[in-house]
Design a binder for this molecule. Structure first.
Ligand code: GAP
Length: 459
């Protein structure tokens, strides 16, 4: 169970910063908002894209044993019968017959046993109006084609993984990969969550970055048994999160008890991040040993063999799967919570709010400022901004006091600020201010691009 955290709760401040600075907006806000659906603004889309790019690079591009895939959201409805989601992807819910509100059966504010006269509705306070718990499926349904009847029902996928399983042989045969190998994809998933909330932590539409790694169920493949591959991926994935700059003290593993495991899992670890406040440690990624559950079920339901043929050993088998499944939105939230600081600056009355984002994730890499709006400084700075923009995202700002301009960039996590000043015209140098140390150094303007690219690559 998650426990309250030693870190402060910064969620409210973060929601406000994200809206004010264009990271994240409530969906359909002008209509009063859509429940637990969020839109990414100009800076948010860059941040999340940088995060997804890091995952894609680590999981697909930098390895020769994982292939990429982009499967469709809508799939044959039998997929979800085979996967167990139609029967088992449910939450137990209770309804209040008086106020018509619906709650999870384990909602801590419910007093008494739902379905009995003593049970009290946490919303309207009436006794005896709560129904006994009923199972409620979390998948969104829609209709394919013009006729809205039960034969036309399709689902919005609740996980991206199934698109990988049904394409297992397509990918394996077209790429001639040999077990052990993996298939990775990034895509939207949808769940009609009953208790969504905490900003982008639990939403009804979100993005997953999932990888299914296919291994030999009986013999070591690639030098590891299936259980060793499970441990390997658990550790690899923790390293990846550390590479994003997440504080090691805020990351921990949680091993699932048999009761906690999803219907497909033989063993599972969550990688949890401490979000602070009462939210505390919560799952950001699941590493699951899915055995041959999914491929086996798809064989059974489709009637098509999903076996791997090990040519040298002349053996056919259904591989076991080790899955790594991380939420792009939830990890974006972890990164934001981890980066949020309020600091006093020495020699200044006004403090600063800072997003100490890993430079590779920062939406803007450099702010470019002319110290004053005269003496050719804006012209020099505009030209420099245009040159640098070809290499990475920059922001040109000539309005307000220089301190104010620094603060604006600190608040959105920009790692470097370049200022064109009186000395620039004399020796061609600009100041480069480091967001975290506040140190400034002079760098030749024609070297600044290489200097920042070097700092970005070694950060
Ligand atoms: N294919 C396995 C699977 O989907 P999961 O533990 O249900 O496993 C994996 O989800 C990850 O997806 C979670 O660790 C979380 O980061 C993200 N996730 C799941 N439900 C979410 C939701 N409602 N909102 C945001 N992210 C969610």
């Amino acid at each position: 169970m998650p426990s309250a955290s030693a870190y402060p709760d910064v969620m409210e401040k973060l929601v406000s910063l994200c809206k004010r600075r264009g990271f994240i907006f409530q969906s359909s806000e002008i209509y009063g908002g859509t429940g637990s659906v969020w839109d990414y603004g100009p800076l948010g889309v860059e941040l999340k894209k940088n995060l997804k790019d890091r995952w894609w690079h680590a999981m697909v591009r930098a390895r020769d044993d994982i292939e990429g895939l982009d499967a469709a959201i809508l799939m044959h409805p039998r997929v979800w019968e085979a996967s167990g989601h139609v029967a088992g992807f449910t939450d137990p819910l209770v309804d209040c017959t008086n106020c018509k509100k619906r709650f999870r059966a384990d909602e801590p504010r419910i007093k008494g046993e739902p379905g009995t006269p003593e049970a009290q509705c946490p919303a309207c306070g009436m006794k005896g109006t709560l129904t006994a718990a009923r199972l409620f499926n979390l998948m969104f349904k829609t209709f394919m084609g013009p006729v809205e009847d039960s034969a036309a029902v399709v689902y919005l996928r609740p996980e991206t993984a199934q698109g990988i399983y049904v394409n297992f042989l397509n990918v394996q045969q077209s790429t001639r990969q040999k077990v052990p190998f993996g298939i990775a994809q990034i895509g939207k998933a949808f769940r009609n969550e009953i208790t969504p909330g905490n900003f982008i932590f639990r939403t009804r539409e979100f993005e997953q970055m999932e990888m299914q790694f296919f291994v030999d169920p009986e013999q070591p493949s690639g030098g590891r048994s299936h259980l060793e591959w499970f441990e390997y991926w658990r550790d690899q994935r923790r390293q990846w999160h550390l590479g994003l700059g997440l504080d090691p003290a805020r990351l921990e593993f949680h091993e699932h008890t048999p009761e906690e495991r999803a219907h497909y899992a033989r063993a599972a670890f969550d990688i949890q991040f401490d979000f602070g406040g009462t939210l505390g440690f919560q799952e950001i990624e699941g590493v699951h040993h899915r055995g041959d559950f999914d491929l086996g079920r798809h064989q059974e339901y489709s009637g098509k063999k999903l076996e791997y043929f090990d040519q040298p050993a002349n053996r056919r088998y259904v591989p076991y799967v080790v899955e790594t499944s991380v939420g792009a939105d939830r990890t974006t939230l972890a990164v934001l919570v981890n980066a949020y600081r309020e600091e006093q600056v020495e020699g200044e009355d006004e403090g600063r709010t800072l997003l100490a984002l890993h430079p590779s994730l920062a939406p803007i890499k450099a702010g470019i400022f002319p110290l004053v709006k005269k003496d050719g400084m804006p012209e020099f700075a505009t030209k420099l901004a245009a040159e640098l923009r070809a290499a990475f995202p920059v922001f040109y700002d000539e309005s307000g006091a220089i301190g104010r301009r620094y603060r604006r960039q600190d608040e959105v996590g920009t790692p470097f600020c370049l200022t064109v000043d009186g000395q620039t015209a004399q020796d061609g140098t600009v100041t480069v201010r480091d967001r975290d140390t506040l140190k400034q150094e002079r760098v030749a303007a024609d070297r600044v691009r290489a200097y920042i690219l070097e700092r970005l690559s070694t950060a």
